[in-house]
Design a protein around this ligand. Structure first.
Ligand code: ATP
Length: 220
């Protein structure tokens, strides 16, 4: 259950954004993707999810070629994505936001998955009936994480999860991400610097202007 990306090229319009990107997230590992604003972190995650088309190169997960697979089918392979900007629907309740991917993907055991998410994040169970717009930015990040975990829990892509989150909630978010990592999930986590992810990851890649540099792995 490894994510392997080989020589991936992605353009937006006519502008090349990712160039020959090669990286790997091995089974059960948590890997960082560190780069400044505009380096291409979001573009890479969107390409893995199938929200952007890659011109060439390969994206494989668990031996399956994702590159030609529709985005909804990638989600069904257990790949989930927490976008940087949360993208909650403000007028819906916390619970409705979390359940949204279960509804759109026709997930049958949504109730069990919801309870699993509330066990992982009991603090959000407390405000499950509040509208998303009533939450702080940090609370919205936790809800966004719970929603990301609804469709699948094999590979989790976290796009700058700590961005704009107050220190107390950052520590809580780190704790939750660490527990997901130790439960065997593969995680790719992006940050503009490695302030929060350094203690979480098994290794990290640097991305600069669409080019990914060789991974620096932590000693075992
Ligand atoms: P940030 O945290 O600022 O989003 P990032 O590392 O995630 O940084 P990307 O969002 O992937 O970077 O952007 C990579 C490059 O692609 C940037 O130069 C950005 O301006 C460009 N880009 C992203 N989306 C578009 C778009 N829709 N149209 C044109 N260029 C885009």
């Amino acid at each position: 259950m490894t994510l392997d990306i080989n020589n991936l090229n992605v353009s937006i319009g006519n502008i090349p954004i990712l160039r020959d990107v090669t990286l790997s997230v091995p089974e059960g590992k948590m890997i960082g993707l560190i780069g400044h604003n505009g380096a291409g972190k979001t573009t890479l995650m969107r390409a893995i999810m199938g929200l952007l088309n890659a011109e060439d190169g390969a994206i494989t997960f668990d031996g399956q070629n994702l590159r030609k697979m529709a985005d909804y089918r990638r989600a069904r392979c257990g790949i989930s994505y927490m976008p940087e900007d949360r993208r909650l629907i403000p007028s819906l309740t916390v619970e409705e936001n979390i359940l949204m991917p279960a509804w759109t993907n026709g997930i049958k055991d949504a109730a069990e998955r919801l309870e699993w998410a509330y066990d992982l994040l009991p603090e959000i169970a407390q405000f499950r009936h509040r509208r998303a717009l009533q939450l702080s930015g940090g609370q919205q990040k936790l809800v966004s994480l719970a929603r990301a975990l609804m469709p699948g829990r094999r590979l989790l892509l976290l796009d700058e999860p700590f961005e704009g989150v107050a220190p107390v909630l950052s520590r809580r978010l780190s704790e939750v991400i660490a527990s997901l990592g130790s439960s065997g999930l593969c995680v790719l986590i992006s940050e503009s610097d490695d302030i929060h992810s350094a203690d979480l990851v098994d290794g990290s890649y640097r991305i600069e202007r669409g080019t990914v540099h060789a991974a620096e792995m932590q000693p075992a």
